[in-house]
Design a protein around this ligand. Sequence first.
Ligand code: GAF
Length: 380
Amino acid sequence: MLDLDALRQRYLQVTGSEPEGLWFAPGRVNLIGEHTDYNDGFVLPFALERKAGIAAGRRDDDDLVLVSLELDDEVRLSLDALAPGQEGWSAYLAGVAWALREAGHQIGGANLVMSSDVPLGAGLSSSAAIECATVSALMGLYDLEIPPMDRAKLAQVAENAYVGAPTGLLDQAASTLCEAEAGLFLDCRSLETRQVPLPLAEQGLEILVLDTKTPHSHVDGEYGDRRRSCEEAAAILGVPALRDVTDLDAALAQLPDETMRRRVRHVVTENERVLEALEVAKAGELRSLAPLLDASHESMRDDYEITVPTVDLAVAQARRSGALGARMTGGGFGGCIIALIPAGEGDRIGQEIAAAFAEAGHGAPEWFSVLPAAGAGRLA
Ligand code: GAF
């Protein structure tokens, strides 16, 4: 839980005055639709209660004073000196100020004191939460009117162009646009969205999130490699993006190597699974999501090759322990799994996965149950 009093206190200590407001943006889990966003495909995430919060106020000068409560660190930067390629935690906030100015929005200096309870590097969009909270805070401070999808896109510019991680729009769209008790269906080409009710509790279900504690990063090469491979395949197939592949077998027959064929198979089948999941959710039969989650995991493991042993073990043990379906969530190479489970079974299933980890010589995982929460906004 975010400690709002601690945020306020720290703001007061740093600046000598009360913040003008507190803004937040949540982390997310992706229910299904992994590595489809940058292929112009479909995704279905929902927002978490865990969030990044920012206590914010304007400054008289053109400086950004950025403070992280968790890291106990303070960074001061001049707006005019912001330049892509900056490293460290403060780049996620500074990048948003930079992106806003690049897009022509008028902002001045700001004190931004942040805190987050989204686990870092766990595949739950800790960076998008910080970026989207910063967008909300700077909009609030400087009275900017920016439609929600454009806010998400600005946060994505911060991540891609400033921080240097070649990600798609999934995380920032989820953090900005999600609504409580619903998943967000997003067509990443048309940017059409649809709120999809997910009455998990009513159906005696919950989603367990288990952090394998195997950290990952999107600035590293593997994410970019997957993306490049998809773009190369689309070029060979003569389509704008893998979203446009309509006959999978015919497409696979045209591709030169087995690795590329596997990558394409993942993206094309994953898009189909998101569309099926949307239908299942629209029909209100949430248990029927389970086989889609399982198939998504197998596709990420065998075709996209983005899972790691801890993640595969967690998914397999979740199923053995009674999960209806389970999959890795997020960019991959570590991070979290999600499991669709009967309500109230989270602790037992988490304990059993922890026991399997101990037996395999892995460190202890952490877990918590989640329900779909609201997207970015003002806290106070
Ligand atoms: C990460 C990226 F940031 C997203 O854009 C998306 O590609 C995801 O990995 C994989 O689905 O979270």
